[in-house]
Design a protein around this ligand. Structure first.
Ligand SMILES: NC(=O)c1ccc[n+]([C@@H]2O[C@H](COP(=O)([O-])OP(=O)(O)OC[C@H]3O[C@@H](n4cnc5c(N)ncnc54)[C@H](OP(=O)(O)O)[C@@H]3O)[C@@H](O)[C@H]2O)c1
Length: 328
């Protein structure tokens, strides 16, 4: 299968290219694409240099799978071009996630949606949503969810290379740039994305609507989210509280989670992972699993994952592997 990566010079694009090095189903070198800014950048792949090209109308000829991580504008512009040329686009931006005809896929939850797809667009969910969805999906299957309440602690790498560079500059004592709305070094910021009329920010709305879609649920699933940027380099965390439709104790909740593909579950209620510990890993880690003291249907947990891997590049490459008929 021939592969193209749009956004190849970015944090997610480079991570996808690195993961593709280990995929036996990739036919030849991936085509690396970016804007005019990144054209000419040389990216090492399987020990050889790939020269990044500027995306254009003919860039997707002969491509079977096009992995996109260039932001919403470029996705809206180029995904129909790539799909029209016969590729399946797997898009990391939010551009297509609410289109009814576009599957929103976490392979361990609803990977069956991509079966038989030969051209078109598949959306990769929002990074925080993927890890929360994977943590609560076993509880949804075990007894059904009534409510999911999330507070995220999101690393700066979630904002792309500029955000990582900005944290580095602020940590070195340089003046704040315009990447974050307030200083991020030695601080936390409860505002990610644009403002919405209901008092929420865009990142929070993504978690609400995408979680419902991935779980195949509607407004009857009550979801709330407060999304917070923290001065962590990589790895998102989330404090999650669920209310199940029926009483579920910790032992039963843990039993439902253990063995679920892609999940790693801590053994004790005081055990947890931190972003540093999941950096470079493809799993979602669930720790601090405990009963809500005020509600026999309520459970609390702490969910951590590498946002560049399971939150973006790994999830996309897993989907690509499903399409290619591989089990990478
Ligand atoms: N970072 C995460 O943890 C994460 C997680 C989930 C989803 N995502 C999504 O993935 C996408 C990329 O994120 P990132 O963190 O990799 O950002 P990034 O580091 O800023 O990289 C952006 C990439 O997009 C390319 N690009 C920008 N404008 C373009 C245009 N007009 N035409 C073609 N290419 C263009 C850039 O190429 P140039 O070199 O030409 O500028 C670069 O390769 C975003 O939609 C983001 O929301 C990111």
């Amino acid at each position: 299968m021939r592969v193209a990566v749009l956004g190849a010079t970015g944090l997610v694009g480079r991570t996808m290219l690195r993961l593709l090095e280990d995929c036996a189903w990739v036919d030849g070198e991936p085509v690396a694409l970016a804007s005019a800014r990144g054209a000419g950048t040389v990216i090492t792949w399987r020990g050889r240099g790939i020269v990044c090209r500027e995306v254009n109308q003919d860039a997707f000829a002969g491509i079977g799978i096009a992995l996109f991580s260039a932001g919403g504008g470029p996705s809206r512009r180029w995904a129909p071009v790539a799909a029209g040329a016969g590729a399946v686009v797997i898009d990391n931006s939010s551009a297509w996630r609410q289109e009814p005809a576009v599957p929103l896929v976490v392979p361990e939850i609803n990977g069956g949606l991509v079966a038989g797809l030969r051209a078109g667009i598949i959306a990769n969910p929002n990074c925080s949503t993927i890890q929360v969805a994977l943590a609560v999906a076993p509880l949804e299957r075990a007894c059904g969810l009534a409510e999911v309440h999330v507070a995220t602690y999101q690393a700066v790498s979630g904002g792309g290379q500029r955000a990582v560079d900005e944290l580095g500059r602020q940590e070195a004592g340089q003046p704040c740039g315009d990447v974050f709305p307030r200083p991020i070094a030695r601080n936390v910021i409860p505002a990610i994305g644009g403002v919405l009329p209901d008092g929420s920010y865009e990142e929070e709305a993504k978690v609400v609507r995408e979680l419902r879609r991935i779980l195949g649920r509607g407004d009857d699933l009550k979801v709330t989210c407060t999304a917070v940027r923290v001065p962590v380099l990589n790895g998102h965390a989330a404090a999650v509280r669920v209310v199940c439709r029926a009483p579920l104790d910790v032992a039963a909740a843990r039993a439902a989670m253990v063995g679920w593909p892609g999940l790693e579950v801590a053994t004790g209620s005081h055990d947890y992972a931190t972003p540093r510990e999941v950096d470079g890993r493809t799993i979602v880690h669930v720790g601090r699993l405990r009963q809500d003291p005020g509600n026999e249907c309520g459970l609390l947990c702490w969910v951590v994952a590498d946002n560049l891997l399971k939150g973006a590049a790994w999830n996309a490459v897993q989907i690509a592997g499903l399409l290619a008929g591989s089990v990478t």
